[in-house]
Design a protein around this ligand. Structure first.
Ligand code: BMA
Length: 339
């Protein structure tokens, strides 16, 4: 195995379970999945596609809560161990810079990323069609809205955890306003977290069955000695609808629009009851990771069948080795994505 290091902090309390004996897969599921079931709080039918982060010796998270009226919003959760969660009964109240309410019409698929000393929440919302919303917080009590970074239609915006060459970096997936039947991952940069430009193509759908319809960024990229380790989702179509699998790629550290390695095989695909059965069957949708640089451990949080939250594990070595060993990156992936 290559000596892969993660340029992230120590997290000795990371949720963890050893790889089962005889497991050849690069990701293995937590044996007590799902960690969040249906009807988690009054008025919320399902929590899934959610993101967590370490905070003050414990964990916090932003959770997609599908209300009983069918409208998704984001709820705050707290946990001591990253597996058992308590949710605020009220949706997160976003405000503007003056402290006035600034709620989106709806909000779903949140990501949560710490850059410098500020936590950013990025989600999908309505802005005359599906688009990206953003807010910042330092204390998980006050959430201040930022300008929407991109024009509609767009989904799956994922912020990098540090600036590169002095610029904030964000992945996104231009789309349509429905159940988008296409989609590639793009990279945009910003000097101030307000104006985004220098858009680059990172990678597109492929001719491999599990990601031949569309792809989208998942968890915030993890900085490793080999490059930015990205867990993303890849989608195929069947006579019974879309199937969402988890894929993996490694992006160039200095120029992340260049893909160094891209795994030709999925890392995880729906096969457990909570992934195959639910409100939308056959969905594994990664939105966050936790990682411990000391041990190389990675815990991946993923939405299951638009109904539950699941946890899967890997290590930096196992994930990077698997992606490199099954590399299928083409010229279109390796180039800088500028045309
Ligand atoms: C996508 C998003 C996700 C969802 C997935 C499967 O378009 O809306 O939130 O998990 O579809 O339904």
């Amino acid at each position: 195995m290559k000596p892969i290091t993660m340029h992230t902090g120590s997290l000795p309390q990371i949720p963890w379970q050893e790889r089962p004996k005889n497991c050849a897969a690069p990701l293995w599921r937590y044996q007590d999945n799902p960690i969040i079931f249906r009807n988690p709080i009054p008025g919320v039918a399902r929590i899934f596609n959610s993101a967590v982060i370490p905070y003050q010796d414990a964990f916090v998270g932003v959770f997609r809560g599908e209300q009983t009226d069918g409208i998704p919003f984001i709820y705050l959760g707290k946990s001591r161990d990253g597996m058992h969660w308590e949710f605020s009964p009220q949706k997160i109240r976003f405000v503007d810079e003056a402290g006035n309410p600034a709620m989106p019409l709806y909000a779903y698929d949140p990501r949560l990323v710490l850059v410098d000393d500020t936590y950013y929440v990025i989600w999908c919302q309505d802005a005359y069609g599906a688009a990206i919303g953003m807010a910042k917080t330092k204390d998980f009590e006050t959430f201040v809205r930022l300008e929407n970074p991109f024009l509609p239609f767009n989904r799956n915006a994922v912020l990098f955890p540090r600036k590169i060459h002095g610029k904030y970096m964000m992945l996104s997936r231009p789309s349509d306003s429905g159940h988008t039947p296409f989609g590639d991952i793009f990279l945009s940069e910003s000097k101030d977290m307000e104006y985004w430009g220098h858009h680059r193509h990172v990678m597109g759908k492929s001719n491999r069955w599990w990601e031949n319809v569309k792809i989208g960024g998942g968890a915030a990229p993890i900085e490793t000695s080999e490059g930015w380790l990205l867990f993303y989702h890849g989608v195929t179509n069947t006579c019974n609808g879309f199937v969402y699998s988890i894929g993996g790629a490694i992006l160039d550290l200095d120029e992340p629009s260049k893909v160094k390695y891209r795994c030709g095989s999925f890392l995880l695909t729906p096969e457990m009851w909570y992934e195959e059965r639910g409100f939308v069957p056959n969905v594994c949708f990664p939105c966050a990771t936790l990682q411990d640089a000391d041990t190389g451990r990675i815990a991946i949080y993923y939405g299951c069948a638009d109904s539950y939250v699941g946890l899967a594990f890997t290590t930096a070595e196992i994930a990077v080795d698997y992606i490199c060993a099954h590399d299928a990156a083409g010229d279109d992936d390796r180039c800088d994505g500028k045309r």
